[in-house]
Design a binder for this molecule. Structure first.
Ligand code: NAP
Ligand code: F7E
Length: 336
């Protein structure tokens, strides 16, 4: 029987993250059965899934959460053999660039080797069962590192962080398993994408939360690092649609996804404060060198022409609207 979206099964690593939650909503709407790997934590870590959570006792459930970890090959293999997914989206990672300088080995293990563990399990599964599994790797513009902008699928990879190096490893493993074993494996090379669900220590969300707290009188200052770094910032839900589109193509390939616009951290700060009605942003900003990185990626700008042509994907949310969405969502903070 040919699988339509209505009876397809997806397995997502990193389901509790920003992207995982948007992708899950998107796939459930399409009729997929979605299985997500979550890490055991001493506190609830599924808050981003609250809206779509389904109780294990519900009949005709479409969302299933399973404990696991990308560092545990045996567990990953067991999950793949049990779930028998049609599509795997590998979004799980130690995804913070600054933190990767503090825990480089852990980052390499989870962000780099994690992808290899899944690819190996897919290879074995396909050999033993004859059933095909498609694989999506969450590759990153951070892999381009020091390569001048704009960056596309042919730009040399010159990573500037342990995170970037780990992503290059996973990217190359994905390409190799596609070329050597014929696995349908794609790299989505996504530039920075943000949302109201962005982790609180990434710069955009750190700024929009601080703006709200300063406005409410809960904080006086926001401490940041390099204000001159430039990023190509888009809106996360749109990027997850692009990931899905890559998996629906007749042939596996790699695609750059981004807006083609670049803005500095300083511009983001200025606009976010202005959006909240706080005019002189400089009054509220302090520079703390602890947020500098031993090596920095100065400028990222996506050339996403291939995705436009092949996937018919175009970004919809522009920079100013993204800032607006995030400032609005963080308004009225609770006192903590
Ligand atoms: P995120 O919010 O930091 O989410 C990361 C996810 O990975 C979380 O669900 C986290 O679980 C999980 N995870 C961390 N360590 C794990 C481990 N050892 N085993 C299993 N799962 C683990 O990241 P995101 O922004 O959604 O990004 C999704 C993916 O895209 C990541 O691979 C990231 O590197 C990549 N990427 C992101 C961007 C971007 O701008 N957002 C751009 C390019 C690529 P917990 O909730 O338990 O921590
Ligand atoms: O930093 C500068 C910082 O941590 C953006 C991840 O999703 O996108 C993300 O990585 C810029 C950098 O994101 C602070 O130096 C200044 O130049 O928000 P960020 P990132 O490093 O670009 C890529 C594509 C990914 O793949 C990653 O997973 O902002 N910056 N002051 C600061 N950054 C932070 N975090 N905190 C500051 O106080």
């Amino acid at each position: 029987m040919k699988k339509t979206a209505k009876n397809k099964v997806a397995l997502i690593t990193g389901i509790t993250g920003q992207d995982g939650s948007f992708l899950t909503e998107f796939l459930l709407k399409k009729g997929y059965e979605v299985h997500g790997i979550i890490r055991r934590a001493s506190t609830f870590n599924t808050s981003r899934l609250a809206k779509i959570y389904q109780d294990p006792h519900e009949k005709d459930r479409k969302l299933f959460l399973i404990h696991g970890d990308l560092a545990d090959a045996e567990n990953i293999r067991k999950i793949i053999y049990t779930v028998k997914p049609n599509e795997i989206y590998n979004l799980g990672a130690q995804s913070h660039v600054r933190v990767s300088f503090d825990i480089p080995e852990y980052t390499a293990n989870v962000t780099g080797l994690g992808a290899l563990r899944i690819l190996e399990a897919i290879k074995d599964f396909q050999d033993h069962t004859g059933q095909k599994i498609k694989f999506y790797q969450a590759s990153s513009s951070e892999m381009f590192g020091a390569s001048p902008a704009p960056q596309n699928e042919t730009t040399p990879l010159r990573p500037q962080s342990p995170y970037g190096i780990a992503k290059v490893f996973a990217y190359n493993a994905t390409k190799l398993y596609r070329e050597a074993y014929g696995i349908f494996a794609v790299n989505g090379i996504l530039f920075n994408h943000e949302s109201e669900r962005r982790g609180e220590t990434f710069v955009t969300r750190k700024i929009t939360r601080a703006v709200a707290r300063i406005k409410a009188g809960l904080d006086k200052k926001l401490y940041l690092g390099n204000l001159d770094a430039r990023r190509d910032w888009g809106y996360a839900p749109e990027y997850m649609e692009a990931a899905w589109l890559m998996m629906q193509q007749p042939k596996p390939d790699d695609y750059v996804i981004g807006t083609g616009e670049t803005h500095s951290v300083r511009e983001f700060v200025e606009l976010a404060f202005k959006e909240a009605g706080l005019k002189d942003y400089k009054k509220y900003i302090g520079i703390d060198p602890r947020y500098y990185r031993p090596a920095e990626v100065q400028n990222l700008v996506a050339d996403a022409a291939k995705a436009g042509k092949v996937l018919k994907w175009k970004p919809k949310t522009k920079f100013a609207d993204l800032v607006k969405i995030m400032v609005k969502a963080d308004a009225n903070p609770k006192k903590i």
